[in-house]
Design a protein around this ligand. Structure first.
Ligand code: AMP
Length: 286
């Protein structure tokens, strides 16, 4: 497994792979790897001849006062996990490498970024789209694998790739969960023991929504109210949003007619956790 720290070296390595007609699969991450990341990598392994991952905590997607400095990091552990899963290259750049002096070009994916996380974190998707665009230009992948756990992010990346004619296949993978249903996240590391039960209210509320949907409920407001009430009944929780949106436009829906996603963002103690469920789909938990 190679560890590459500069954009130039990564580009040259990818060029050499492409000359040999090798398919490059790419999984961007912010590190502190968990089983959810590893599932994306296993999928990448199947889809490409060479699997590149990136580990980079992107400052452009954190607002002042968010958890950029606190974000969990453990490169040695990540390296071990990546090696075990068969990663060929870790691209591990510094901030200076990604945002050198004079940097001033950003990618704004407009409408689909506006709702949900875009409301509470106004520059978040600009940061995500910009860094992914840069990483795609550096790694030059044929295929890239993202998690549906960050549902809106996946929609934003697919939109950017289509709008900017990037010749990359974007694959979305189901959310990997702990055995109790909690969606895996690097930010789960912030949870205190006493908060863990409250964190489960997110995934359990998705189950509640699934049941309502299966009973025939199609009014978004009714489902949202029940989900909010359920999560709100748990200590340490503070809801950022509970919304039901069209999976293509990311606009709020009133009545569930087209494919819609229930999306949640909830602070549980310090961390703000997200989860989602596409109504009518199977929910991969007990
Ligand atoms: P992050 O390191 O949080 O930026 O995530 C890197 C990639 O892993 C993104 O595509 C995420 O959607 C994906 N990811 C994070 N958590 C999970 C999970 N529990 N299941 C599947 N994919 C995930």
């Amino acid at each position: 497994m190679k560890i590459i720290k500069t954009a130039r070296e990564m580009q040259e390595f990818s060029d050499s792979l492409r000359r040999e007609e090798k398919e490059i699969a790419f999984v961007p991450t912010m590190g502190y790897l968990h089983e959810g990341h590893l599932d994306l990598m296993r999928e990448g392994k199947k889809r490409g001849d060479c699997l590149v991952i990136s580990i980079y905590v992107n400052p452009a997607q954190f607002a002042p006062g968010e958890d950029l400095e606190k974000y969990p990091r453990d490169f040695e552990r990540d390296e071990r996990l990546a090696r075990d899963v068969g990663v060929d290259v870790i691209f591990y750049p510094s901030d200076r490498e990604i945002y050198p002096d004079g940097f001033q070009t950003y990618v704004d994916v407009e409408k689909v970024s506006n709702n949900l996380c875009g409301l509470s974190r106004p520059l978040f998707f600009r940061g995500v789209a910009t860094v992914c665009n840069k990483l795609f230009n550096i790694v030059k992948p044929h295929v890239t694998v993202f998690g549906k756990k960050d549902f809106q992010q996946l929609v934003v990346i697919k939109r950017m790739v289509a709008d900017l004619n990037m010749d990359i296949e974007v694959v979305g993978m189901p959310t990997t969960r702990e055995s109790d249903g909690l969606a895996m996240s690097s930010r789960n590391a912030y949870l205190k023991e006493v908060e863990r039960g409250s964190a489960l209210s997110l995934s359990r509320s998705l189950k509640l929504a699934k049941e309502l949907y299966e009973e025939g409920e199609r009014r978004a407001s009714v489902i949202i109210e029940k989900v909010e009430k359920y999560i709100g009944s748990h200590p340490y929780t503070k809801i950022d949003y509970v919304k039901i949106c069209d999976t293509e436009t990311m606009e709020d829906v009133e009545t569930l007619e087209n494919e819609s996603v229930l999306a949640l963002a909830v602070w549980v103690g310090f961390p703000r956790l997200i989860d989602n469920y596409v109504l009518g789909e199977p929910l991969n938990m007990m």
